[in-house]
Design a protein around this ligand. Structure first.
Ligand SMILES: Nc1nc(=O)c2c([nH]1)NC[C@@H]1CN(c3ccc(C(=O)N[C@@H](CCC(=O)O)C(=O)O)cc3)CN21
Ligand SMILES: O=c1ccn([C@H]2C[C@H](O)[C@@H](COP(=O)(O)O)O2)c(=O)[nH]1
Length: 289
């Protein structure tokens, strides 16, 4: 996982201090790339403990086309809570409840969740129903039937719907590429904005898992995940955490096993197993909203 640490090192040395809409400044570099060869192991960051259960639940939630936080909340994944709550606060129904009270209601009251738990047409919606197009299903059919295609793309940047989304997509656009005489599947992501300390370990794991899932469905081996980043940044309130991480030697990589399945849309949480994950302890950090 040197690649990930190298990007953070580069931002610390070359980055420019900038302000942004969150009110917490960042140190930022424009244009970064890292490549992770999945044959070398699963690139789950080892220099801090990553909440892998959250990665899996979030990915299954995207794959299901779901955009309502109720599924995540019921599975104790809190990473989208702030954005759903911010949205709820803007409605006429908000009467000063705390975020905790709001989340309890999402968990226990299906009708309330249906009405106020949605994040708008974010990832799950764009992947599975972009104005009626199931982009993911089509791209998988493309990999199987036309592996040399240069159009194996899923695009979440839907300009007409961005104003309805709780947050415009950060991992915005991805492309598959079949190499090695039709044997190996590769994936490249374009991420327009990347919170290197909190978001990126999730994003690397999520897209590497997606690559492994799609490869397995297509009978291919998972090759390289290419992570291309626009604005790669470290929030100034994460600087101590990042410096601590950079002092820690990475451990050998983990592996993922996935029970046999016919379609990635049938895969369940229990089917995915993380094997031999060894990591340094968790490092906490506040998320900028
Ligand atoms: N500023 C910012 N950074 C992000 O990474 C981010 C956003 N905003 N907005 C949308 C989503 C939500 N994401 C998040 C939000 C929170 C955590 C987070 O707090 N992670 C902690 C604890 C996870 C837990 O155990 O619940 C971590 O240590 O990784 C991670 C990703 C990624 N995205
Ligand atoms: O998957 C994700 C989602 C979000 N982020 C980060 C990147 C930025 O720090 C914020 C989004 O703010 P914008 O002003 O919309 O760029 O969230 C991430 O790293 N990964």
């Amino acid at each position: 996982m040197k690649q990930y640490l190298n990007l953070m090192e580069k931002i610390l040395t070359e980055g420019e201090l900038r302000n942004n809409r969150t009110g917490i400044d960042t140190i930022s570099v424009f244009g970064l790339q890292a490549k992770y060869d999945l044959q070398q192991g699963f690139p789950l960051v080892t220099t801090k403990k990553v909440f892998f259960k959250g990665v899996v639940h979030e990915l299954l939630w995207f794959l299901a086309g779901d955009t309502n936080i109720q599924y995540l909340v019921k599975n104790n994944v809190r990473i989208w809570n702030e954005w759903a709550f911010e949205r709820y606060k803007k409605t006429d129904f908000y009467h000063g409840e705390s975020q905790l009270e709001y989340i309890e209601k999402i968990k226990n009251d299906d009708q309330f969740a249906a009405q106020f738990g949605d994040l708008g047409p974010i990832y799950g919606h764009q992947w599975r129903n972009s104005n009626g197009v199931d982009q993911l299903k089509e791209v998988i059919a493309g990999i199987k039937n036309n592996p040399n295609s240069r159009r194996l793309i899923v695009d979440c940047w839907n300009p007409q719907e961005i104003s309805e989304m709780a947050l415009p997509p950060c991992h915005t656009f991805f492309q598959f590429y079949v190499s090695n005489n039709g044997q190996t599947l590769n994936l490249q992501l374009y991420q327009r904005s990347a919170d290197m300390f909190l978001g990126v370990p999730f994003n690397i794991a999520s897209y590497s898992l997606l690559l492994q899932l799609v490869a397995q469905e297509c009978g291919l081996e998972a090759g390289t995940f290419v992570h291309t980043i626009g604005d790669g940044h470290i929030y100034v309130n994460h600087l101590d955490q990042v410096k601590l991480q950079l002092t820690r030697p990475p451990y050998p990589l983990s592996k993922i096993t996935i029970k046999p399945f016919a379609s990635i849309f049938d895969v369940k949480f229990e089917d995915i197993e993380l094997v031999d994950y060894q990591s340094h302890p968790l490092i906490k950090g506040m998320v900028a909203v």
